[in-house]
Design a protein around this ligand. Structure first.
Ligand SMILES: Cc1cc2nc3c(=O)[nH]c(=O)nc-3n(C[C@H](O)[C@H](O)[C@H](O)COP(=O)(O)OP(=O)(O)OC[C@H]3O[C@@H](n4cnc5c(N)ncnc54)[C@H](O)[C@@H]3O)c2cc1C
Length: 525
C-alpha cells in the first residue's frame, strides 16, 4: 500500500485542504485515521518518526480486559476492553490471537489465592463468558515445569489475547489508506497554524528526510502524540497534564525460557502484577513502572535498575533455570502517557484515556492498545459538528473483512496462512507472492518473504523500520539479527532502491541503535 515514491506523492498534494489531520502514528492516530476514512473524510496522518515507533511497538502486546484494573474497581474500562478484545480476536484472526494465562499464587504472596478466584469470576461476568479454572500445583508444574522450586501454590487458568503491536498499527493505517486516507512517516508537526480568532487551522509539517516543510490546513487537527501530547498542547497554552511513565521488558529466547502458557504473578519486591509471556517464539518478561525523566526526544531504553528488578522476577519465578543477564536476547522500553494526579506511586495512576479540546486542537491520549477503536470513535464524535452530512458508521467491524482470501493461500500451511492473513489483511494474497513464506528466520516465527513485502510496500524509510517494526527481528533474533544482515541485504536492497553507500550507512545506524536501545547496555536511570 505504501510503495516506493508514496511519500513524494503525498507531499505533492499536502497543500490541498484536508478535513482532518491526525498528528501521531501510533495505534491511537492509526485508529482515528481508519475510522475517519470510513466516514469518507479527507484525512491525513503525520508521524514524526516511523509508524508505531512510539509506545505502540513497546507494549506487553496483550489485547486484554486488564485484570489488574479490577483492583482499581475500574469496571467500565475493563468491560469496554473485554468487548474490544473479543471483537479483535474475531476480526484480526492471525494477528490477534487467544492467549492462555496462568494467574499464579506463590507462598510469599501477600494476596491470598481466593482473591484471584473472585477477580476472575468478575472478569468473566464482565466478559459474559465462563472461561477460567483452578489448576492445582501438581498439574501446574506439569504444564509449566519451569516454575519448579519457586514456591508456587496454585494457579487459575484464564484467557486473554496477544498481538504484534507494531503490526497492528500498520494494518490499521493500511486500512485507512485503502479507504482513501493518506499517511506519512518521518513528517513532524513542528507548529500549529492558527486563524485570527486563535483557533487551530492546521499544522506546519517538516519532512525529516529532506528538510522540506509544508503548511497543511484542515478543519480539524487531532493531537494523537501519546506521551508527547503536552508538546503540541503547549502551543495553544495548555498547561502540562501528562505524567510520563516508562515500562520495560526483557526478552529471553525460548531455548532458555520456554513457556507453554503465559504467567501473571506478583513481583516479589513490590507486589506489582507482572507477566512472563511467550510471544513469537521468545518470552517477554515485564513490565516496570517508573517515572521517565529522560528527554522525550531520545528513544527510551531500559535502565540498569529496571534490568535488576526484572531479573529478580525471572529468578523468583524460574529458579531452576538459573537465568542471568547473559541469557537475555533483547530489551525494550516504552513510555506511557497517563494523566498525572500527583500520587506518589506511578502504578496507581489511572490508565483511562483523556480527550481535551483547546483552541480547536483535539488531544486524545492515554488509554490502551486494546481500546483504540473506542478512542477513535469518541474523538470523531467530539468533532462531528464540523462535518455535517458525514456520519460515523454504526459500530461496525474494527478491521476489514478478509473472508474468502484464505482460499488463495492454500499452498501455505494453516499457521502461515493465518499469519499472513492477520498481518496483511486484504493485501495478503499479493504479499504472499513476493518471497519465501515457508522458511522461518532463525528460531523466530517470522518468514523471509515478510522482509521482501515490507521493503516493497510497507513504507520502510530506514533499515530500523524494517528490522524493529515491520519484521521484529530486532527483538526476536540474536543480536537483533545483525548476523543475518548479509542475507537480508540480498533480499531487500534493490526493493528499497538503496545504493551500497546508503546500505552501509543504514546498517551502521541500525547496529548502533540496537546496541544502545535494544541490547543490554543499560542507562543509569
Ligand atoms: C510498557 C507498556 C506496556 C503496555 N502494554 C499494553 C498491553 O499489553 N496492552 C494494551 O492494550 N496496552 C498496553 N500499553 C498501552 C499502549 O501501549 C499505549 O496506550 C498505546 O500504545 C499508546 O498509543 P498512542 O498512539 O497514543 O501513542 P504512541 O504509540 O506513542 O504514538 C504517538 C506517536 O506520536 C508521534 N509524535 C510525537 N510528536 C509528534 C509530532 N510533533 N509530529 C508528529 N508525530 C509526533 C510519536 O513519534 C509517536 O509515534 C502498554 C504501555 C506500556 C508503556
Amino acid at each position: 500500500v505504501l510503495k516506493r515514491g508514496w511519500r513524494d506523492e503525498v507531499w505533492g498534494r499536502l497543500e490541498e485542504p484536508w478535513d482532518l489531520i491526525v498528528v501521531g502514528g501510533g495505534i491511537t492516530g492509526a485508529g482515528i485515521l481508519a475510522e475517519a476514512a470510513r466516514m469518507g473524510l479527507r484525512a491525513l496522518l503525520a508521524e514524526a518518526r516511523d509508524f508505531g515507533s512510539g509506545t505502540s511497538s513497546r507494549s506487553t502486546k496483550l489485547v486484554h480486559g486488564g485484570l489488574r484494573y479490577l483492583r482499581q474497581a475500574n469496571f467500565r474500562l475493563v468491560t469496554e476492553s473485554l468487548r474490544e478484545r473479543d471483537l479483535l480476536v474475531r476480526e484480526g484472526s492471525g494477528l490477534v490471537t487467544p492467549l492462555g494465562l496462568y494467574l499464579t499464587s506463590f507462598e510469599k504472596d501477600r494476596t491470598s489465592p481466593w482473591v484471584f478466584g473472585l477477580a476472575l469470576f468478575l472478569y468473566d461476568v464482565l466478559a459474559r463468558k465462563w472461561d477460567h479454572e483452578k489448576i492445582p500445583t501438581a498439574q501446574l508444574l506439569r504444564d509449566l515445569p519451569e516454575l519448579e522450586g519457586s514456591g508456587v501454590r496454585l494457579a487459575y487458568r484464564y484467557y486473554d489475547a496477544q498481538t504484534d503491536d507494531a503490526r497492528l498499527v500498520l494494518r490499521v493505517i493500511g486500512e485507512g489508506v485503502r479507504h482513501g486516507a493518506s499517511a506519512l512517516n518521518y513528517a513532524r508537526a513542528e507548529g500549529l497554524l492558527r486563524e485570527r480568532s486563535g483557533r487551530v487551522a492546521g499544522v506546519v509539517l517538516r519532512d525529516l528526510e529532506t528538510g522540506r516543510t509544508a503548511e497543511v490546513r484542515a478543519k480539524v487537527v487531532v493531537n494523537a502524540t501519546g506521551a508527547w501530547a503536552d508538546e503540541l498542547r503547549a502551543q495553544v497554552g495548555g498547561a502540562r497534564r501528562l505524567r510520563q511513565i516508562r515500562g520495560s521488558h526483557l526478552v529471553f529466547p525460548a531455548s532458555r525460557l520456554p513457556l507453554h502458557g503465559a504467567i501473571t504473578l506478583f513481583h516479589p519486591i513490590d507486589h506489582r502484577a507482572v507477566f512472563a509471556i511467550p510471544w513469537e517464539g521468545v518470552t517477554l518478561v515485564g513490565t516496570t513502572d517508573v517515572d521517565h525523566k529522560a528527554d522525550l526526544a531520545a528513544e527510551p531504553s531500559m535502565s540498569a535498575e529496571e534490568a535488576d528488578y526484572l531479573m529478580a522476577l525471572a529468578r523468583h519465578a524460574f529458579p531452576s533455570l538459573d537465568l542471568s543477564l547473559g541469557d537475555v536476547r533483547s530489551t525494550y522500553a516504552g513510555v506511557r502517557a497517563v494523566v498525572g494526579t500527583g500520587v506518589a506511586n506511578p502504578s496507581k495512576e489511572s490508565r483511562e484515556h483523556a480527550l481535551w479540546k483547546e483552541e480547536g486542537l483535539l488531544t486524545v491520549t492515554g488509554g490502551k492498545l486494546t481500546t483504540f477503536r473506542v478512542m477513535a470513535r469518541e474523538t470523531l464524535h467530539a468533532v462531528r459538528k464540523e462535518f455535517p452530512g458525514r456520519r460515523l458508521a454504526a459500530r461496525g467491524p474494527i478491521l476489514d473483512s478478509i473472508d474468502g482470501t484464505a482460499a488463495s493461500l492454500s499452498r501455505l500451511d494453516p499457521a502461515t496462512q493465518a499469519r499472513v492473513l492477520g498481518r496483511y489483511g486484504p493485501a495478503a494474497v499479493e504479499a504472499a507472492q513476493v518471497g519465501d513464506f515457508t522458511e522461518p528466520i532463525g528460531d523466530s516465527n517470522a518468514r523471509w518473504g515478510e522482509l521482501v513485502w515490507a521493503a516493497r510496500a510497507e513504507g520502510v524509510v530506514h533499515l530500523e523500520d524494517l528490522l524493529l517494526r515491520r519484521v521484529r527481528l530486532g527483538l526476536l533474533a540474536e543480536g537483533g539479527g545483525q548476523n543475518l544482515l548479509p542475507r537480508i541485504r540480498t533480499l531487500v536492497q534493490a526493493e528499497l532502491g538503496w545504493d551500497d553507500a546508503r546500505w552501509q550507512a543504514e546498517e551502521r545506524a541500525y547496529r548502533q541503535t540496537w546496541q544502545m536501545r535494544y541490547g543490554t547496555s543499560f542507562t543509569a536511570n
